[in-house]
Design a binder for this molecule. Structure first.
Ligand SMILES: [Zn+2]
Ligand SMILES: [Zn+2]
Length: 446
């Protein structure tokens, strides 16, 4: 039994009780108050002083080795998502932990307990900031728009919101372990994964009697239909290695069947491997949406919202994660050349500092699906906490030699959080894309 295992094993009941509670109390992003309270109480019982996010769930707690060195943030995500067909979904909200964040939160508590054990920080340098972070799943956009309008949040993702609130100030690198499916005791990490922009686009036409006077109308549904075809005609311009994804849905397609639809609401993400590719593709898509509306005299209201930054794990980060995983897990699949097309706001942390997002097994079913469950809590929580302790020990020992190497060799996309925020804020678009002039000129603006 490794010494890490000895430390974590003592807290098995604390960890598994937390998993059980959080699984049974699923809450979606920025609503995780029960989860917050449960964890905050347990952290305080362990003797931690918490820095609360305040008017949103979540907090940070710091462990100081007493010796100078870098600060490493360890995240545990709090939020569930909505999958109302899941048998364990909350009957009122449809929320369920179908992404397994409950296991992350339980493992974070386990790590917090372990870091209070005598001797565990011996020979380590720097600080460890434990971060219970809300709202990773980017869902319930209207609710979050409302929170934004009320001035409660500025960002839809909990990690950029925590950055904005200064809760990650002074942090030099970050790590979190996400639960996944697969054989027991398996660890993995990709070289990186996609980022995205969130898009809402409302086609606006003119209603008229669909039988008696359709010639008086402008059909917003047909504008939407043209737009989908126009974007599909762009797909061959998407570069293979840019991993572009555009997957729109129609939220509202018309009001009554005997009237020409004058308002059609759609939304999508534009996902891609680099923010440059995402921005470039998004511009082409907006042009296609605008031109399709203009083709039949309609309009389109474009609403672009920054989503998440692409994640990337340099080779040296993968190497360390592979070595540490090999110490505590039976199967290890870490490949810095592999790419995943899902997204996480851990990418936003990675825009300004090294941010590692490995996976550890313990779940079965389909992620975000109605059969997803934590079936191997020993791997998902106990081994995850063990890995995190082993990782922190590895990078913070010997005067934090490895942590310093990772930090010094990492080239962030932005030197400061301010530069990052200036860039993502500029991604916001909220305007009508078509202007009709008196002289038959049509101006597209996107
Ligand atoms: Zn998810
Ligand atoms: Zn997730």
């Amino acid at each position: 039994m490794s010494s890490y295992k000895n430390y974590v094993e003592k807290h098995r009941k604390l960890i598994l009780d937390a998993l059980d509670y959080i699984w049974k109390h699923p809450e979606t992003g920025y609503k995780e108050w029960k989860t917050h309270k449960y964890l905050a109480d347990e952290f305080e019982k362990l003797g931690y002083e918490l820095t609360l996010a305040g008017n949103i769930p979540g907090f940070t707690a710091e462990v100081d080795t007493g010796r100078p060195g870098p600060t490493i943030a360890v995240f545990g995500e709090l939020d569930a998502l909505i999958c109302s067909t899941h048998p364990d979904a909350d009957p009122e909200t449809g929320a369920v932990h179908a992404c397994g964040h409950c296991a992350q939160a339980a493992a974070l508590l386990g790590l917090a307990a372990t870091l209070k054990e005598p001797g565990v920080l011996d020979n380590l340098c720097g600080k460890i900031r434990l971060v219970a972070v809300p709202s990773e799943e980017l869902i319930e956009v209207e609710y979050r728009e409302e929170l934004r309008k009320q001035g409660i949040i500025k960002y839809f993702g909990g990690k950029p919101e925590f950055m904005y609130r200064g809760l990650l100030d002074g942090v030099d690198m970050a790590i979190m372990v996400h639960t996944t499916t697969g054989p027991s005791s398996t660890g993995s990490m990709y070289g990186g994964s996609n980022g995205f922009i969130v898009k809402g686009f409302n086609f606006e036409g003119k209603s008229a009697h669909a039988g008696g006077a359709p010639h008086q109308g402008i059909n917003a549904l047909y504008a939407a239909n043209l737009a989908l075809n126009a974007v599909n005609s762009l797909r061959e311009t998407f570069k293979d290695n840019a991993h572009i994804r555009f997957h729109p849905i129609i939220n509202h397609g018309g009001d009554s069947v005997n009237a020409i639809p004058d308002n059609v609401k759609m939304e999508s993400y534009v996902r891609g491997a680099t923010m440059t590719e995402i921005v470039e593709t998004n511009r082409k898509i907006n042009r296609a949406l605008a031109a399709s509306a203009a083709a039949i005299g309609a309009n389109v209201h474009l609403r672009d919202i920054p989503g998440y930054w692409p994640r990337r794990h340099p080779e040296n980060c993968c190497q360390i994660v592979r070595e540490v995983m090999t110490e505590v897990l039976d199967n290890v699949r870490v490949d810095h050349t592999s790419w995943a097309t899902g997204c996480s706001d851990m990418g936003d942390v990675g825009a300004v500092m090294p941010a590692l997002h490995p996976f550890i097994s313990g779940a079965t079913g389909v992620a975000h699906g109605s059969d997803f469950r934590i079936t191997d809590p020993d791997t998902a929580c106990i081994k995850s906490a063990e890995f995190q302790l082993a990782f922190l020990t590895r990078v913070l020992k010997d005067n934090a030699k490895i942590a310093r190497e990772i930090i010094d060799s990492y080239t962030p996309d932005f030197k400061t959080m301010k530069e990052y925020f200036d860039f993502v804020d500029a991604l916001n678009i909220d305007k009508k894309a078509v202007r009709y002039e008196e002289d038959n000129t049509v101006v597209l603006s996107f």
